[in-house]
Design a protein around this ligand. Structure first.
Ligand SMILES: Cc1ncc(COP(=O)(O)O)c(C=O)c1O
Ligand SMILES: N[C@@H](CCCC[NH3+])C(=O)O
Length: 435
C-alpha cells in the first residue's frame, strides 16, 4: 500500500516500511527523533533528472544543491549517481572534500562568500564559482592575482521573476539579496568587469528563481529574460555563454494538495526555451546546468518521533506532543509548511480523530502539524512525518539545547547509521568554563 501518495508501504504487521525495513525496528534500534532516508528514492530522483537530459541529447550538468541535506554519506551518494555538487559555505565544501567528491564537479554559491571560503575554493580548484556581488569580484580578483591562478565563474543574475511561492523562498525577483539585477544595469556592470578578464573566465549566467515551484512558466520567462540580456552582450561584445545555470526549485509533494510535475517536464520545457532562444540568436546552445536540492532528497526522508504527552481542550483542540519539533524541522514555524504523518505502528488503522502535533520546545509556535487525522494514539506510539528529507536536518538547531537526531540510510532492506545523534556531552563540547 502506498501511503497518501508518499512512496512508502506497510508490512503485514500494519507498520510503515522504509526502504524495505520496518520503521518500528529503526525507531527501536536508533531511538527517536530520527531522520530516515530511503536511498533508493534519492537515486531514482537523481536519475530522473539525468535521464531527462540524456533523452534530449543535450549537454547538461545536474548539481545536487547540498544545502537541502549535506553529510558525508549524502555527498557520496550524489557522487555515485554522477551528480555535480553545489555548496554554499566552508562547511558544505569541507564536507564534500572529506567525502571524496571530485573538486572539479563542485560549484560554489553564496551572497557573502568570505575571503577564506573563496581561497578554499581556489586552493582546491573547484569547478566553478557563481559570482553574486561586486565585493566578491574584488575579493576573487585579489586572491587569483596573488596566487597566479584562474577560475571559471558564472554570473548570478536576478531577472525579475515573481513567483507563486512563499516570500522567504522567492529569489529571482528584483527585490532580492541574491545576484546582480538585470533591470537596473548592475548585471551589465558586473559583466563588463568580468568579460575578457585575465584571471576570471566568465562561462555564463546563473539564475535561481525560487523554491518549491510547481509550474514551468517561471523558468521559461527567466530563460527569455536571460536571453534578452545575452542578446545585448552578443551584439555589443560578441559574448556567447557556454553555460546557462537555471538553479533548482522543482516542487515536491508534502501534502495531498501538492501536485508536482514529473521532473522531465521541467527539463523538457527548460531545454526547449533555451533551444528556441539560442536559435533565435543563432548561437550554439549553451550547456544547461540545474541545481535541484529538495527534489532530490525531500520525498526520500521520513522523520520518526515518539508520542509522549497529550492535552485535550474540549471544544477547541487536542494536542499530542512528540520528542522533537522545531529544532529538527523548522519549516512549519518558518514557512507555515504543511506535512502529513501517520502513526507508524498503526499505519493501516483508519483515523478516528484529529489532533495537532506539538514539538517539545518552549515555543507556542513549535507545532509540526495542525489537525492531523489519527487513529487512537497513545504514549509510545511512533509518529512518522513524510517528506522531511530536504531542509530538515539541514536547518536543525540546538534550541533548548536539544540534541540533533541521528540520520539513518536505508536501502534494499539494509539500514546504516550515517550521522550519529548528538549526546548531551556533544551539546556542551564547545563550552568553556568561566570560574
Ligand atoms: C542558488 C540555489 N540553487 C539551488 C537551490 C536549491 O533549491 P531547491 O532545493 O528548491 O531545489 C537553492 C535554494 O533555493 C538556491 O538558492
Ligand atoms: N530552506 C527552504 C528553501 C530555501 C532554499 C535555499 N535557497 C525550505 O525549506 O523550503
Amino acid at each position: 500500500m502506498i501511503i497518501n501518495h508518499h512512496p512508502f508501504s506497510t508490512n503485514d504487521k500494519g507498520n510503515l516500511v522504509i526502504g524495505g525495513v520496518d520503521s518500528l525496528t529503526l525507531a527501536e534500534k536508533y531511538g527517536t527523533p530520527l531522520y530516515v532516508y530511503d536511498v533508493g528514492i534519492i537515486r531514482k530522483n537523481a536519475r530522473s533528472f539525468i535521464k531527462a537530459f540524456e533523452n534530449l541529447d543535450v549537454k547538461a550538468k545536474v548539481a545536487y544543491a547540498s544545502k537541502a541535506f549535506s553529510c558525508i554519506a549524502m555527498v557520496q551518494v550524489a557522487n555515485q549517481e554522477g551528480l555535480c555538487l553545489d555548496v554554499v559555505s566552508q562547511g558544505e565544501l569541507f564536507t564534500a572534500l572529506e567525502a571524496g567528491f571530485p573538486s572539479e564537479r563542485i560549484h560554489m554559491h553564496g551572497n557573502n562568500k568570505s575571503r577564506h571560503e573563496l581561497k578554499m575554493a581556489i586552493d582546491h580548484q573547484i569547478g566553478c564559482i557563481v559570482i553574486d556581488n561586486f565585493y566578491e569580484i574584488q575579493l576573487l580578483e585579489e586572491l587569483l592575482q596573488q596566487e597566479g591562478k584562474t577560475m571559471d565563474v558564472l554570473l548570478r543574475v536576478t531577472p525579475g521573476v515573481e513567483l507563486n511561492t512563499h516570500q522567504y523562498i522567492m529569489t529571482g525577483n528584483e527585490d532580492s539579496k541574491f545576484g546582480f539585477n538585470i533591470v537596473n544595469g548592475q548585471a551589465d556592470q558586473a559583466f563588463q568587469l568580468l568579460h575578457n578578464h585575465k584571471h576570471i573566465r566568465l562561462k555564463g549566467l546563473h539564475c535561481h528563481i525560487g523554491s518549491q515551484i510547481f509550474e514551468t512558466e517561471g523558468f521559461k520567462v527567466a530563460v527569455d529574460l536571460l536571453f534578452e540580456q545575452i542578446e545585448k552582450w552578443l551584439d555589443r561584445d560578441g559574448f556567447k555563454p557556454q553555460v546557462l545555470n537555471l538553479g533548482g526549485g522543482y516542487g515536491i509533494r508534502y501534502t495531498e494538495i501538492d501536485n508536482p510535475l514529473e521532473y522531465n517536464v521541467y527539463v523538457d520545457e527548460i531545454v526547449e526555451a533555451v533551444k528556441k532562444n539560442s536559435e533565435r540568436l543563432n548561437i550554439l546552445m549553451p550547456e544547461i546546468w540545474i541545481e535541484p536540492g529538495r527534489s532530490i532528497v525531500g520525498n526520500a526522508g521520513v522523520s520518526l518521533y515518539t508520542v509522549g504527552s497529550s492535552k485535550e481542550i474540549p471544544g477547541i483542540r487536542n494536542y499530542i506532543s512528540v520528542d522533537g519539533g522545531m529544532a529538527d524541522n523548522i519549516r512549519p514555524a518558518l514557512y507555515e509548511a504543511k506535512y502529513e504523518a501517520v502513526i507508524a505502528n498503526k499505519a493501516t488503522v483508519k483515523p478516528i480523530e484529529k489532533a495537532s502535533i506539538a514539538g517539545k520546545a518552549c515555543e507556542s509556535g513549535d507545532m509540526l502539524i495542525w489537525d492531523l487525522p489519527l487513529p487512537e494514539t497513545e504514549p509510545g506510539d511512533i509518529l512518522a512525518v513524510f517528506a522531511t528529507g530536504a531542509y530538515g536536518y539541514a536547518m536543525a538547531s540546538n534550541y533548548n539545547r536539544l540534541a540533533k537526531p541521528a540520520v539513518v540510510f536505508v536501502e534494499d532492506g539494509t539500514d546504516k547509521l550515517v550521522v550519529k545523534g548528538e549526546t548531551a556531552e556533544d551539546i556542551i563540547k564547545n563550552d568553556l568554563s568561566y570560574e
